[in-house]
Design a protein around this ligand. Sequence first.
Ligand code: ARG
Length: 463
Amino acid sequence: MAKNKNNQTIWNTRIQKKGSALFQKVGSSIEIDKNLYKQDIEGSRVHVEMLFRQKIISFKIKNKIIYGLNRIENEIKKKKFIYDQKYEDIHMNIEKRLFEIIGDEAGYVHTARSRNDQVITDFKIWIRLATKDINKNLDKLIKTILKIAQKNIQTIMPGFTHLKNAQAVSFAHYMLAYVEMFKRDKSRFKYNLENLSENPLGVAALTGTSFNIDRYFTSKKLGFKKPTNNSIDTVADRDFVLDFLFSASVCSLHISRIAEELIIWNSDGFGLINLSDKIVTGSSIMPQKKNPDLLEYLRGKSGNSFGNLFSMLTILKGLPLSYFKDLQDDKDLVFKTNQSLKNCISILNEVLNNFSPNKKKMLELAETGYITATDLADYLVKNHDMSFRRAYQVTSSIVNFAEKNKKKLHELNLKELKKIEPMLTSDVIKVFDLKYSVNSKKSFGGTSFENIKKMITKYKKIK
Ligand code: ARG
C-alpha cells in the first residue's frame, strides 16, 4: 500500500515524524480489540453493500472489498493473520491488510464512516452476543438450582435473620430465592438489549456525513432495530457499556452471596452441607483440611466486576463530548468482566452439582433457638382471641421459661405451658412441629410445600 516518506501508513499522511516506540506501545489496543474482528468485518461488508446500493461506490469495488474482507476473515480464523501494533487497533489492522490484498481500491471502504462509529458498532454487536450468551449460562444455572429444590422440598432448615435462627424454612424455598435473583439478572441483561438495539454506524466522526447513506439498511442487516438519533451523542455514549458492567456486577454479587452462604454452611460450626471432594482443596500443612477454595474464588471475583464498573464510570465522569482516547479502555473492561462472569457462572454450576445438604444437621439446627416461637404467637392470636402484641408477650414468657429450664419448646408439656397461659389446650403442641410450621406459611411467596411445588412448576415453564 502507499506509504509516505517516513514509511508510515497512508492515514498518517499529515504526520511527518515517525511515532515514538513508547507511544506506539501505549497507543495500540490491538491485543484487546482483536476480539472484535468478526463484528468489524461483518460491519464493513454491510457498510460497502450499503455504499453500493446508494450508488456511492461501484459494483466492482464493492465486490473487491468483500472478497478481501472474506479472505481476511479466513486468515484470522486460521490464525494466519499477523496483527501489528503499528496499526493501532483492529480497524486499522484489517484495513491495512485489505490494501495488501486488493490494492488501492481498499481506500473506498472508509467512505462515510469513521473509526468512532465503527468501533461502537462492533462493540454493541459484541455485547449483544455476550449478553445473550450470559443469559444462556444463567438458564443452565437456574436449571441446576431447580433440580436441587425439587429434591429438597421437605428438607427443613433454619432460616436466619442476623445469622440467628429465625423461622423454619424448606431448603428448596431457600434455594429458590437464588432462582429469583438469577432471574432478575437475566431480565436486567435482557433489558439492556433495548439500548443495544440502536445502530451507531453512519454517524461517522461526530456530525454524520454528507454522503447519501442508508442507515436503516445497515441497521437491519446488522441486527439493530433502528439508527441512533443524534450523531454526537452516539459517538460519546457508553451507557450500554455501563449497563453491561452494572448487570454483570449485580450478577457477580449474587454469586458471591450464594458462595458465602455455602461457605458458612460448609464451616465446621454449621456443618449444614457437604462439598464433594471434586470441589475442595487440601492444605499444604494441615492434612485433615478440605477447604472451599472455589467458593472463596467466587466470593472474591465480584470485586473485579465492581472495579471494572467503577473504572468505566470514572472514565466517563466529566468527559466532554464526543470521542476521546479515554474511551478506548471500555473494551478491556467489558471483555474482562464478561470472561470472569462466564467463568463464575460455570464454576457455581459445578459446585451446585457437587454438594449435598446434611439434612440431619439442618433439622437439628432448626430445632434450636426457639424457632417456632412466632408459630406459637400466631396460634394464640388465631385460637384465643388475643392481639398479636399480647400473644408476643405470652410467647416471650414461654420462651423464657423454656430457656430457664434448659428445654426446647417442643419439650414443654401442657402442664408447664398452662402455668403461663391457662387458656392453652393440648392442640397447641402441634405448633412446635417444624414441618407443621413450614407448611403453615401458605401466603403467596411463603415456604409452604404446596407453594414451593407450584413455584418449581412455574419456573420450569418460563423460558
Ligand atoms: N481503537 C479506538 C477505540 O477503541 C477506535 C476509535 C479511534 N478513534 C479515534 N478518533 N482515534 O476507541
